[in-house]
Ligand binder design. Structure first.
Ligand code: ZN
Ligand code: ZN
Ligand code: ZN
Length: 257
C-alpha cells in the first residue's frame, strides 16, 4: 500500500488568508498546507479520502487520472466542497463510487444533487454513486479492505478509516477530539497511523499535539504522521520536538507501507 498526502492543513489551509505570522510567511514548502486529504493506493486500486476545496490542485499535483472510490470522513465543508472537481475523472471513467455515513451522504445529496443522479451516460457532469457505510462496517474496494471506525469530532460522530492490503495496515483519523472505547482496538498497532493534531492549544473538536501523543502512546503504531495542522505549528521546529516514530505530515509526502 502507498499513502500520499494531498493536503495536511486545517480548514483555513496554511497560510491563512491575510495572516502575517511566521508560519504563514515561512519559505519552507512543508509549511504550505492545502486542506486535509490523502490517497491510499495498492497496485490496482486508488482511494481518495475526502474532497476538499483544494481538490483540483491536489489531483493535478499528484497526477491523478482515475479513482476507484471516494471515502468521506464527515460533511464539514473542508472535507466535501471540492467534489465538483471530479468532473474530468467522471468524463473518463463514469460514475465513481462514494462511501460515507448517513449524515454525510444526506448532506452531499443536498449540496451536490446533480452529482448523484443516476443514468447520466454522457460526459460533462461529475458523477458519483452513494454507498452508505455503518459504523464499524467492513467493506472492500478492489484489493483494499476498509473498516469505518467511529471517532468523536467535537459533538459529531464521524469516521476514521482502517485500510488493509497485502498485510499492511493504515489508519487515517483526521478531525478527532475523542476516541470512543470500542474504537481503540480497531485503531491499534497500525503500520502507519495518521492522526489529527491541530496545534498545541486545546480545541473542542480537534486533538492538540499533547492529546494526539497520548493517543499514540496507547495505540502503539509503528509510525505516526500528524495532519489537519493549523498555522500555529512550524514544520521543522515542531518535528524536532516529537518522538522518533512521530512526525508532522506535509503536502506531497508519500509513504510506502
Ligand atoms: Zn476538517
Ligand atoms: Zn498565520
Ligand atoms: Zn471537521
Amino acid at each position: 500500500m502507498k499513502l500520499i498526502f494531498l493536503g495536511t492543513g486545517t480548514s483555513y489551509g496554511v497560510p491563512y488568508v491575510g495572516c502575517d505570522c511566521a508560519v504563514c510567511r515561512s519559505d519552507d514548502p512543508r509549511d504550505k498546507r492545502l486542506r486535509a486529504s490523502v490517497l491510499v493506493e495498492s497496485g490496482t486500486t486508488r482511494l481518495l479520502v475526502d474532497t476538499t476545496p483544494d481538490l483540483r490542485a491536489q489531483l493535478l499535483r499528484a497526477d491523478v487520472a482515475s479513482l476507484s472510490a471516494i471515502l468521506w470522513t464527515h460533511s464539514h465543508n473542508d472535507h466535501i466542497i471540492g467534489l465538483d472537481d471530479i468532473r474530468p475523472l467522471s468524463d473518463r471513467c463514469g460514475y465513481i463510487p462514494g462511501y460515507g455515513d448517513a449524515d454525510t451522504l444526506a448532506h452531499l445529496n443536498r449540496v451536490f444533487d446533480y452529482i448523484f443522479l443516476p443514468g447520466r451516460e454522457h460526459g460533462g457532469f461529475p458523477r458519483a454513486t452513494a454507498h452508505l457505510v455503518a459504523p464499524r462496517q467492513h467493506f472492500s474496494v478492489g484489493d483494499i479492505a476498509v473498516t469505518a471506525i467511529p471517532i468523536r469530532h467535537g459533538r459529531r460522530d464521524i469516521f476514521a478509516y482502517r485500510f488493509q492490503s497485502g498485510g499492511s495496515v493504515l489508519v487515517y483519523a483526521t478531525d478527532c477530539s475523542h476516541i470512543p472505547d470500542a474504537s481503540w482496538e480497531l485503531m491499534r498497532a497500525a503500520d502507519v497511523l495518521v492522526l489529527d493534531a491541530l496545534r498545541h492549544r486545546e480545541h473542542p473538536a480537534h486533538f492538540s499535539v499533547a492529546q494526539a501523543l497520548e493517543a499514540v502512546e496507547r495505540l502503539q503504531p509503528r509510525h505516526t504522521f500528524f495532519t489537519h495542522i493549523a498555522h500555529d505549528l512550524a514544520h521543522e521546529a515542531t518535528n524536532a520536538a516529537l518522538p522518533p516514530s512521530v512526525a508532522l505530515a506535509y503536502d506531497t509526502l508519500s509513504v510506502e507501507l
